[in-house]
Design a protein around this ligand. Structure first.
Ligand code: FES
Length: 203
């Protein structure tokens, strides 16, 4: 049983106790009143108590269903992943799996960075500045799924020194932007952040 469910059951028990005490209080109070008035007050209380108990009962019955819709700890853990990047050398790429997709993490050389930064945006099919695709120029983090039909592009290949998708011949540059071939858009940048200088959290 989850903690939240236990808390709810406790609240229900306290509410029932409160209603019982209220019932006793009202009973004593109306005992000194005229019969007509007493009947009306009791009826009013019974209606109120019934509605309240009904609402609580519905809430208690629905709670396990609502509670089970929350992702459990294992699902939450999959939603983000932390990657140690301390051992990635200059000019090297690692691939990690996140939500079933490959994520490329490349530590770019100065040459690759300069190439990516000096491209004329007018030449691009999906114009995007390199600085808008990275958080630190040395690190390129992107989803390794070709935006044409979903193949996984190969690194250090193609006409632009970046990635090449062999399925139908899409070429991506050192920023992962589409430069040639049928892919319509740049390789996607996932949500990520630097936890510290050696750790990236994806998701
Ligand atoms: S899937 Fe990559 S070019 Fe077609």
């Amino acid at each position: 049983m989850s903690i939240s469910y236990t808390i709810l059951v406790t609240i229900i028990a306290l509410l029932i106790l409160f209603l019982c005490l209220s019932w006793v209080f009202v009973s004593i109070k109306v005992a000194n009143k005229e019969q007509k008035e007493e009947t009306a007050e009791r009826r009013y209380f019974l209606y109120t108590a019934s509605y309240a108990l009904g609402a609580v009962a519905v809430g208690a019955a629905a709670w396990p269903l609502i509670d089970q819709m929350n992702p459990d700890a294992s699902v939450k853990a999959l939603a983000t992943t932390e990657v140690d990047i301390s051992s990635i050398g200059l000019g090297k790429t690692i691939t990690v799996l996140w939500r079933g997709k490959p994520i490329f993490i490349r530590r770019r050389t100065q040459e690759e960075i300069s190439e990516a930064q000096n491209v004329n945006l007018n030449e691009l099919k999906d114009p995007q500045k390199d600085e808008d695709r990275v958080k630190k120029s040395e690190w390129l983090v992107m989803t390794g799924v070709c935006t044409h039909l979903g193949c996984v592009p190969l690194g250090n290949k193609g006409d632009f020194g970046g990635w090449f998708c062999p399925c139908h011949g899409s070429h991506y540059d050192t920023s992962g932007r589409i430069r040639k071939g049928p892919a319509p858009t740049n390789l996607e940048i996932p949500k990520y952040e630097f936890v510290d200088n050696n750790t990236i959290k994806i998701g």
